[in-house]
Design a protein around this ligand. Structure first.
Ligand code: 5GP
Ligand code: 5GP
Ligand code: 5GP
Length: 217
């Protein structure tokens, strides 16, 4: 069954916290372009239906064409790095996101990547958390409610927070989901929240800066 390109209701815009991607039983590998900044980075912009299902791989003939978004590559290396092993320059991750989700978005490759970069800037997650006194620090615990409130205050819409578990078993902030309207023009309240990893009342927001690493990456 072939799903028409604009046949979806909204996007999840998903950002990951790099320290929490790395600081688990699974290891991570820094990109060939170097260790990313201590900042949220983009995971993807995912078309979704209001019933919680989603379309994927909408154009099996498509392939990533670097020449279509060459002007965005250095910004993507900074804001959309791949932390999977082995180390890569990001093209494989971007290709995966484009083929699986982007081909269902009704956007072309340039618009798909540009839109995600723009929404990262607009969401300003790290600054919004900072403004509420929520800073990446090992060993400190923050309430999930305070994290949600800080992001809602800055973005205007409540996020969904997904947690994972570090090597000591602590729940930590892993991914932040915001919702975007189907024309990719603005944040909206999420019609339905996803089913990502649960958090518990208090969670860690681990440090990713080199002078503060308590974990081996
Ligand atoms: P996981 O099984 O790790 O939650 O998700 C694996 C992959 O499925 C994600 O990277 C993403 O591509 C896709 N995925 C998971 N949950 C959702 C969702 O709620 N909406 C959409 N559009 N994709 C999802
Ligand atoms: P779950 O057990 O969470 O319902 O789904 C397990 C896996 O099935 C997910 O990680 C995802 O890869 C796939 N999946 C679940 N729901 C959907 C959906 O609505 N659309 C698609 N394409 N895959 C789904
Ligand atoms: P998803 O299907 O869950 O949207 O995409 C996850 C896929 O991208 C997995 O195959 C994963 O190995 C790969 N990947 C590469 N780099 C990253 C990264 O930095 N974060 C995540 N979540 N997945 C990555």
């Amino acid at each position: 069954l072939c799903v028409a390109a604009q046949d979806f209701d909204f996007f999840y815009f998903v950002q990951q916290w790099p320290a929490s991607y790395c600081d688990t039983r699974r290891s991570c590998c820094y990109p060939t372009t170097g260790k990313p900044d201590e900042d949220f980075s983009i995971h993807g912009l995912w078309p979704n239906y209001e019933n919680g299902k989603w379309p994927q791989n909408c154009d099996k003939e498509s392939s990533l064409d670097e020449s279509e978004f060459s002007d965005l590559i250095s910004t993507m290396e900074k804001n959309w790095p791949s932390l999977a092993c082995p180390s890569s320059d990001g093209l494989k991750f971007w290709s995966h996101e484009w083929l699986k989700h982007g081909t269902c978005s009704a956007l072309n490759q340039h618009a798909y990547f540009q839109t995600a970069l723009d929404f990262k800037t607009k969401s300003n997650l790290l600054q919004n958390l900072n403004n509420a006194g929520i800073k990446p620090r090992n060993g400190e615990h923050y309430s999930v409610e305070s994290i949600k409130e800080a992001i809602e205050k800055g973005v205007g819409h409540p996020p969904f927070i997904e947690c994972n578990v570090d090597s000591q078993g602590n729940h930590q902030l892993y991914q932040v989901y915001l919702c975007v309207d189907s024309s990719a023009s603005k944040f909206i309240d999420c019609p339905i929240f996803p089913h990502g990893g649960k958090c518990g009342a208090k969670i860690e927001f681990p440090s990713f800066s080199s002078n503060d690493d308590h974990d081996e990456f």
